[in-house]
Design a protein around this ligand. Structure first.
Ligand code: GLY
Length: 306
């Protein structure tokens, strides 16, 4: 059963012309994360590698391809957590870095804090020698088109989020049974400047504990925060539920209690995994025992050799 990597490329309603890009990208990320194990990498190495691959892929709302805030800028959030020690690192509203997930890992490993935000996160990146990139290099024609469209006073605030909830995330268990999670996002389209979502908040945008498992979610951040979705799933697993049962219970609760849609990838320390969602779609892929599993719509589980 071990090791295993499971990734998602965001829950939502993915337009037809972008669905194949999203599916191909999660397969590439799961393969990339899984390959890390061959060279002795840990679960943390695997999730950071998988998320870095998706941040570099403009098909997703993370890193290059992030949605724009109301002023047309890119502000990103990211989180990592290590199930061995409960160590965690995050950045929020960070600008001009290509890979916020790597910066989040540096916060975990090089500071005594859990989260650095905005200009403080940028200062830390400079101190760590992380290159500052032009904001323009993170912006795609697609994200600018959607930003302009949603500035229109008649834009429907619910519809405007559809098709681009593409937060990315990964969970993994390594051969030693250590679990880890990583999540990265540009947030919600046309969000207020300074808005911070669920992603950098421990227990909301991810959680990892060797005693129970690891979770990375995607979906409407304000809803995820209200129900502390990641920790809620692990709570259900602590009560004896499987990753799949626990995910479905927590996603149903989020939908019924706060009208929130989303999705999750989950593992337990034995390598049992789940990719579940309450939205119409979620691109996901899992690599385990030489097989790649993937899907986009409910009920799908395609397989191919790695
Ligand atoms: N779940 C990503 C966000 O709402 O920012």
């Amino acid at each position: 059963m071990l090791p295993v990597v499971v990734v998602h490329g965001g829950a939502g309603h993915i337009p037809k012309d972008r669905a194949e890009l999203s599916c191909a990208g999660v397969r590439e990320a799961a393969r990339g994360g899984y390959a890390v194990f061959k060279t002795g990498g840990s679960a943390m190495d695997a999730v950071v590698e998988a998320v870095t691959i998706m941040e570099n892929n403009p098909a997703y709302n993370a890193g290059r391809g992030s949605v724009l805030n109301v002023k047309g800028g890119v502000e990103m959030d990211a989180l990592v957590m290590d199930g061995r020690t409960l160590a965690s690192g995050a950045v929020s509203a960070v600008r001009r870095v290509a890979n916020p997930i790597q910066l989040a890992r540096m916060v975990m490993e090089k500071t005594s804090h859990l989260c650095l935000t905005a200009e403080g996160a940028s200062q830390f990146a400079r101190a760590m020698g992380v290159p500052e990139v032009e904001e323009e290099s993170l912006i795609t024609d697609y994200s600018r088109m959607r930003w302009k469209k949603n500035l229109h006073p008649d834009a429907n605030p619910v519809e405007s989020q559809m098709g681009k909830m593409g937060t990315v995330g990964a969970v993994a268990v390594d051969a030693e049974g250590n679990v880890a999670c990583a999540t990265s996002t540009g947030g919600m389209i046309n969000k207020m400047e300074g808005r911070v979502g669920d992603t950098p908040c421990v227990g909301c945008g991810g959680y990892a504990d060797n005693q129970t498992g690891a979770v990375s979610p995607t979906g409407h951040g304000e809803a995820i925060m209200k129900v502390t979705l990641s920790r809620l799933i692990l709570f259900h697993m602590e009560q004896g539920k499987s990753p799949e049962e626990a995910s479905d219970m927590a996603l149903t609760y989020m939908k019924e209690r706060v009208s929130g849609l989303g999705g999750v990838v989950v593992v337990d320390p034995k390598g049992t995994w789940a990719a579940r969602f309450s939205s119409l779609q979620m691109s996901w892929a899992a690599a385990q025992q030489g097989q790649l599993h993937y899907g986009l719509y409910h009920g799908e589980d395609f397989t191919e050799p790695i």
